[in-house]
Ligand binder design. Sequence first.
Ligand code: GLY
Ligand code: MN
Ligand code: MN
Length: 458
Amino acid sequence: MLQAEGGGASAGLFRACAARRAGVLRDLEGPALLPAGQAAPRNYPANRHPFRASSHFLHLVGAALPGAWLLLDGEATLYVPTPGPDDALWHGPVPGPGALAEQLGLAVRPLEALARAVGDRAPATVTAQDAATRSDQGAWARDAEADARLADALIASRLVHDEAAIAELRDAAAATVAAHLAGMGHTAPGRREWAVRAEMEAALGRRGMGTAYGSIVSVHGEVLHNEHHDGVLAAGDLLLADVGAETRTGYAGDVTRTWPVSGRFSPTQRAVYEVVLAAQAAAIDRVAPGVRYRDVHLAAARRLTEGLVDLGILRGDVDGLVEDDVHALFFPHGIGHLLGLDVHDMEDLGDRAGYAPGRTRSGRFGLGYLRLDRDLQPGMAVTIEPGFYQVPALLADDARTARAGDRLVRSALARFSDVRGIRIEDDVLVTATGHEVLTRALPSAPESVEAEVGRCIA
Ligand code: GLY
Ligand code: MN
Ligand code: MN
């Protein structure tokens, strides 16, 4: 991802970062120290996994600078490592503190000066993802209360996106749409899942972007985060692709489409697809300021359940089925999550970001995987991603199916054996009056999806 030079960040983003830093500084009571993180070596130090800076750091600095630390201590100062003698040879020149300061609009000092600036205080921080930085964080004492205050300040700053962040999310959405059109267009029986994945990721690469998470491109859509791509596409399969762009400044797209490999849904596939699509529409319709996200989830659950009752897969009263979590046998995850610099934005902070103060995760099967339970506000971005999955392990789980009893009609379900997994996922921005689907340019109506399949091959 981006380096300080050629990273893709604009002066507007750096100005936005300055305003974000000012906001976080106002919320702090003592010093805070946020690391960019470091690239993990694969097997020796110069052969590294791609570097991806911490999202908190990107939010406040706008540039990915390996090994840098942002000190917030009444004012903001960036501490950057001094390149070693061989660094320019292997990794190219990096801008010095003066050039960086001018580019970022931020005071920049050499890393050697950091320990003295912190002294023997315990600066608040967020535990880094990489082991080397976590070990460096061990050099300072930790103060759990200060860490919690910093986490809350970061959440307040990142929960509602500013204009610069929204522009990035739009870019991520546009590239993600292009990737999915490429995936549909290059699908044909006999191809491998990895060939479709390659076309999708190439569409991102051509825009200077990468992926925001490991791409899921699988005919086994019932494996929710399927990491395998070696399956061969058969004419009767549905292909589920969950692929999202990461912009050069780190913002994520997160979209899923499910399409028929042959270019035509079977009647059973189409019937279930339309139920999932209706559930998605019911959820998106509800997205507006002041609406509790859990109610968006429940609206989708109810619409999905109604559809499954209409298909004969479930029977009984819809509200009762949802209250007893019977729908969760087929839709076991939440309706979505926050989206921003992370695809599951700020989940490194646990439920502190996703759950409003005073709200906690439910122990219910049908609500326990819900990652977000806040009242929506203009400027928040969320995904809306209902699905239908036949997960053999769930359907064979006596404890989970016992509650359904004869409301689960297995003889009817057997007719839908060619529907292993369907998910339809879009990225939605909460606006002052309702919502805007950032990824609306990507078709989801069944006939529109069918029309795209194989288009780049024909
Ligand atoms: N791409 C992961 C998710 O949809 O949550
Ligand atoms: Mn998602
Ligand atoms: Mn996704």
